[in-house]
Ligand binder design. Structure first.
Ligand code: DC
Length: 649
């Protein structure tokens, strides 16, 4: 496991991110499906430590859990009668799993023991246990009073009086009771004895319970009533929305790093309160656009983001992202009403204050608030040590944003993101890792130059032309006609290609030379003119954008694939110079060559490439021209590197 991750200084953020499933929705749906009558298929489930904890626990108490595809599970509901009447359950550090499961198990008449990692044993659960004991549940503390580990024993529960529950430590206690108590079949009344925090999370609970057929009457946020005789019924197939808390990092990156950054998987109709994070960004001056299933963020039209003073009780998790966004604002930011941070994966108020100070920020920490201001220079100080993450996924994700302040940031224990978002740093790289896009006509030497520039910077290298060549080769081998757009797009989508050590493999066969033949060159130029093939290769090409950076060569690198590239170069040379280079290459390889024919061929190809309707050969407005007619390779490489360095790379 990597001990730390070094993020290079970053300047810009732009791109598209498909969000993983929401943690809050995933774990609630899993439990409700288990408590329901019938079989539920849950699709787009989050694949992470916390959901694995829930899946494993359900399987251990005898619930039928079957993987039915990528991030999809079938759950055989057991109506709250867990087949295994005794189990020892390890809940990791998953609050969204231990709380509701404790409530459901306490009503199920079995013997269970629930424990977790050391930090879980420091996270309070007493209010929930008090609530459950009021109705007769038999739950004992196996360690410290008020905290896991817990022992659950069979008990007779009776709901005559309203349950009085505190709401000011965690809203998950209310969520746990609401989800479990319909199992009693009795009328349930819950009254809050203190103000309820994090209300939008309770709204997610009520919304999902309704989808499983149980209605809750809510009187303000003080009293909740579930009429007796209601049961959970499987709604059949359910899809998990994208994770709105995870969206906050990318939207903030768009606001800080110019954008546009688009997140897909949540939109205006989302049931997650954390989408309101986008409103907080808008209040800072970011430009936000909402769609049915996406949100997009750009930086302010002019100037820096504005400082804020906000009550953030309604978005406790996404609010952490604002604490780091504060580093990019024009003044003193105040985050209010965030006391729940103190009982999360770590004491997030203390952790955030400590780490923000490493960038030179002035931070004031209160019981339930945080203020953040930068020194008058408004420039981030490069931290003298790594950023500690306290086994808290959100600390790691939040502080990745600080690199957009143009400072290198080392994230300690980056694997802590696995709790909710195992692919976080790859997704982040896809919007922020610097890209040098190099385009130009055939035989301009762009491939050689791009590869050498990549080596010099220590960046990854994408030879996009090889993907079109591979598609042509694989298509021909599969018997596809070179104008079969749908068939070739399918080939492109599932291309079994592997690049390693300068060699290219298709399945297990080395095709490095096979894709360079004349037949495949002609085939590649034909398949590259098919829009569906280009679309099919888009995500694959974007996935090459990784830390510390990427040099990408090909037709539409600067215009379509990486429009946010830091450096865009159009590398060209006169047709005569290019024909001569190709001539020398062929002769060197001992192949027959005719200078006149080569020149004519290049001129025809230039004309065809410039005229085609998709991705025509054209210099992007914001690309710099490098004419290599009079240059050798070394000079061309130096010219491109000089441009990139001028742009801060
Ligand atoms: O760069 P190359 O010769 O290996 O590219 C093979 C073909 O694919 C060529 O006809 C150009 C086309 N191509 C493209 O249309 N878009 C890209 N990004 C890369 C190559």
């Amino acid at each position: 496991m990597m001990e730390n991750l070094k993020l290079p200084p970053l300047a810009k953020a732009s791109g598209i991110v498909r969000l993983p499933g929401s943690k809050s929705i995933s774990n609630r749906m899993l439990l409700l499906a288990a408590l329901a009558e019938g079989r539920t298929e849950i699709r787009d489930l989050l694949d992470s430590d916390d959901t694995r904890v829930m899946l494993t626990a359900l399987a251990k108490v005898g619930v039928g859990v079957t993987a039915i595809g990528c991030n999809a599970y079938a759950i055989e509901g057991c109506c709250g009668q867990f087949p295994m009447r005794e189990a020892d359950l390890f809940m990791g550090n998953a609050g969204t799993a231990i709380r509701p499961l404790t409530a459901a198990l306490a009503l199920s008449g079995g013997h269970y023991r629930l424990s977790g990692v050391a930090r879980m044993h420091e996270r309070p659960i007493g209010d929930l246990i008090d609530g459950l004991r009021q109705i007769g549940a038999d739950i004992r503390y196996a360690g410290n009073e008020g905290f896991p580990p817990l022992e659950i024993h069979p008990a007779h529960v009776e709901l005559s009086d309203p349950i009085r529950l505190r709401g000011d430590v965690s809203s998950q206690f209310l969520t746990a009771l609401l989800m479990a108590l319909p199992l009693t079949g009795q009328r349930v009344v819950i009254e809050m004895s203190t103000e309820l925090i994090s209300k939008p999370y309770v709204e997610i609970t009520l919304n999902l319970m309704a989808r499983f057929g149980v209605a809750v009457e809510r009187e303000g946020w003080e009293r909740f009533v579930i009429e007796g005789g209601q049961r959970y019924h499987s709604p059949g197939v359910l899809h998990v929305e994208g994770d709105a808390s995870a969206a906050s990092y990318f939207l903030a990156a768009g606001a800080i790093g110019g954008g546009p950054v688009r997140v897909e998987g949540v939109g205006w109709a989302s049931i997650q309160g954390d989408v309101k994070f986008a409103d907080a960004l808008a209040a800072m001056g970011a430009r936000i656009e909402w769609g049915d299933n996406h949100i997009e963020a750009r930086g302010p039209a002019s100037g820096r983001l504005k400082a804020f003073d906000l009550d953030l009780n309604y978005i406790p998790d996404a609010a952490m992202t604002l604490a780091v966004a504060a580093l990019f604002s024009d003044g003193r930011c105040v985050l209010r009403n965030i006391a729940s941070w103190r009982v999360k994966e770590t004491d997030r108020i203390a952790a955030m204050a400590t780490e923000l100070r490493k960038f030179g920020a002035t931070v004031e920490e209160g019981r339930d608030y945080l203020t953040v201001s930068l020194p008058p220079s408004s420039v981030l100080c490069p931290p003298s040590s790594g950023i500690d993450t306290y086994d808290d996924h959100r600390m790691a994700m939040c502080f990745s944003l600080a690199a957009l302040g143009g400072v290198a940031v080392t994230i300690n224990d980056p694997a802590c993101v696995n709790k909710t978002f195992p692919g976080y740093f790859d997704a982040f790289a896809e919007i922020v890792a610097p890209v040098i896009a190099i385009d130009g006509p055939s035989a301009s030497g762009k491939g050689t130059v791009a590869e050498r520039v990549a080596t010099a910077f220590g960046y990854h290298y994408l030879d996009s032309g090889s993907l079109y060549r591979l598609t042509a080769l694989a298509g021909l081998r599969a018997g596809k006609a070179l104008d079969d757009e749908t068939g070739l797009a399918a080939v492109a989508t599932s291309l079994p290609a592997r690049f390693s050590g300068g060699r290219i493999h298709l399945d297990e066969a080395d095709v490095t030379d096979a894709i360079r033949t004349e037949e495949i060159s002609v085939g590649a130029s034909k398949v590259a003119a098919l829009p569906a093939v280009r679309a099919a290769l888009l995500d694959r090409q974007r996935a090459y954008r990784r830390f510390p950076g990427l040099v990408a060569d090909g037709r539409d690198m600067a215009s379509v694939v990486f429009p946010g590239a830091v450096t865009k170069v159009f590398l060209t040379a006169s047709a005569e110079a290019r024909a001569e280079r190709r001539y020398k290459q062929l002769i060197a390889k001992g192949m027959p060559a005719n200078m006149h024919a080569l020149l004519q061929d290049l001129q025809e190809r230039d004309a065809r490439d410039a005229q085609r309707s998709v991705a025509p050969l054209r210099q992007c407005d914001d690309a710099e021209l490098v004419d290599t007619t009079e240059m050798d390779i070394e000079a061309a490489v130096a010219a491109v590197m000089a441009i990139a360095k001028r742009q801060g790379l």
